[in-house]
Design a protein around this ligand. Sequence first.
Ligand SMILES: Cc1ncc(COP(=O)(O)O)c(C=O)c1O
Ligand SMILES: N[C@@H](CCOP(=O)(O)O)C(=O)O
Length: 467
Amino acid sequence: MRYLSTRGGGAPKRFCDILLEGLAEDGGLYLPEQYPQVDAATLTRWRSLPYAELAFEILSLYIDDIPAEDLRRICAQTYRAEVFGGRSEITPLHQLESGLYLQELSNGPTLAFKDMAMQLLGALFEYELGRRGETLNILGATSGDTGSAAEYAMRARAGIRVFMLSPHGRMSPFQQAQMFSLQDANIHNLAVRGVFDDCQDIVKAVSNDLGYKKSRKIGTVNSINWARLLAQVVYYFAGYFQATKSNQEKVSFTVPSGNFGNVCAGHVARQMGLPIEQLVVATNENDVLDEFFRTGRYAPRSATHTHATSSPSMDISKASNFERFIADLFGREGARVMSAFTAPAFELPHTEFERLRAEFGFESGASRHAYRVSTIRACWQQWGRLIDPHTADGLKVALAARRPGVPMIVLETALPAKFEATLIEASGSAPPRPAALVGIENLPQRVQVLDADEAQVRAVIDRELGV
Ligand SMILES: Cc1ncc(COP(=O)(O)O)c(C=O)c1O
Ligand SMILES: N[C@@H](CCOP(=O)(O)O)C(=O)O
């Protein structure tokens, strides 16, 4: 399989090259030349596979530069029940009522769905860097969960340093503590006075300086990296197989969305032939994506118009992966994608707007604090299940979007323990947390606070690298 930039620049590349490269040289994101098609017989064969085997089957459709036995071993070592809360299904479905499910994606080490891909990414990096005898300096941006998932996945890996930018004071105390309490020498937390979009802009600006990127060996763990998305495709298949008995059935997914990586993986699964009816994008008060799917107008907002909410990991107004979907919608016309994403805003012509729902199955809805709190409370009272604020945004939107006769799967993107204040407001008591994480907020923290200034970030990187 070869990969091309959404913006059309450069020559096709192989998987392991784009794994280490991250952002494409023309500032675009990598996509496979085409999506492999999965027929009914293959779906039937995959239905009964354990998660690690399913991951191997799907990954091997996209990765032809790692020997099959090595890839199989990497999948088997990554997707073990011990790593994912002792659950052998890895991403079990939890039924709330007939036809309504949560898919548990947050049983990994940092209690968020990011672990699903990040654990694999850590293993792939280590494997490929080992083969090449190289090292990598990861520059990442987080609004709360990518950062800790990446740091936990990379902290013990040889040849890897992590520089993680986060919006200063905008994550939950638990999320901050998860990252900032790590004392490993290869982990560097940089809190930026700004919003997540400022952090992501800095990551992209640094990566777009090709000379700097090459000389400092800069890579990425954000969903800029295609490998992140690919790993996330797997659990859509796993969720589908658990909710259905035959390939004639369809399911819908509702996805709490921010940077559009998670739901974009669902889009890829659907393009491969997984029988998905609706892909419902759920946003919080930062509803740029909801506006787009309702009106066809994409108008990202500035930092001052990006709200700090009680589902902080979704406080994003410039969704990076949205460019991947638009590239598919535009038939991979690189120049058109480039001009859309270098303009302040764009609007789809009517014929293209209609394709969003009719051809790609996309729908959307937005939530806000009051709905979030009442949904957490109702879910607890009605179904005895505590959910986190992001999952609550998903459930709120899913309840309005679901169709009779089509199972609706809401992706559970984090555990409630990460967002204690909102859970106390909604349910009256603190959510349970794993024994190892009790009191994590009281541990000594290691973080540098910077302005939203690319030069300051480069200075930290250079100082650490001794350049
Ligand atoms: C808990 C949680 N829910 C939802 C999201 C949104 O996911 P995505 O950025 O893939 O759209 C994030 C951040 O990515 C998150 O951490
Ligand atoms: N919500 C994310 C933001 C970064 O998303 P990514 O999927 O591009 O890594 C977070 O929690 O950090």
